[in-house]
Design a protein. Sequence first.
Length: 350
Amino acid sequence: MWLISFIIFFIPFCIFAAVMIHDSRTLWSGVSFFWMLLCLSVSLFLMLSRYSEWLLSYTTLTGILVFLVISAMAGVILFPALLILLFFIEGINIIRHEGIKPSNLLSMLFSILLTGYLVVWPVIGNLGKDVIGTTLYAVISFTAVYVLALMAMYTLSGILNLIHFKKKRKADYIIVLGSGILGTKVPPLLAARIDRGIELLLCNPDARIIMSGGQGPGEDIPESEAMAFYALERGVDIERIMMEQKSVSTEENLRFSRELMVKENPSIIVVTTAYHVFRALILARQQGMKCVGFGAKTKWYFTLNALIREFAGYLRLSWKKHAVVIGIATGILSVGNIVKIAGMILAVIS
């Protein structure tokens, strides 16, 4: 039993470790981690079953295990309701702090749509009795579950890519991604990114910091110039600061910053707000840039709303392969219903 339990956990653990070592900047990091946790649960269940008689002789230990199991089950059952409540409350908070505009309504819209899917959608399914209605309901249901699962794996992968055990990484360049300035002023969100970059610069004495950002609407100077002034005011040596002044998007931030680097295979750190790190790493991977990402903190109520926006950005990057998956599922469901109907017709004829 020990050997079986060990193997069930060890193989997924090795797969997860291999993904993280090879390149963690994909959804496979989150998928492999989730699979590893599931296998760990199975292993623990097998071990508890094997030694159940021994455990029953220890009342206190049995009580603790029962409490943990009940708590886990309650958490799973209540999770959708808690998620809806969390996004709704934070949706109200961001509107209260940042005002009403489309980009600030994402948290509340997500909570409303999730409520509709969990409460209203099953009722609609009971009304669809014809073949087309049943097939359409199944396709939409699969699509919704698939997108929610993608979002969960995207979030988990993003969290894993934020975990670092050391700041000293012998970096050659630290790219700080711009996020917009007000005239010539660096706002708090961008200031947090620069402060994080300076923190990493101090831990990597051979590195140079690249302030990345061009000049957009409502900006009197390029973002990178304002970012450089901010860093100089905080004691950063001017010789260690580089400015990339052409970019107007994250993709261009990375590409144009890479063009400024002299080394052929440099060690690179990308710094941005925590919720933005994973998508920035995906874009860097698509450009063939090897790097790790460090996140700067921001307000919690803003993070949830921004996370939905970042996930939408990820879907824009990868929609083709996910459309193929949904298309294959649609074909299978359609064929299944056709076969079912044909079987019913044959049964009636016979």
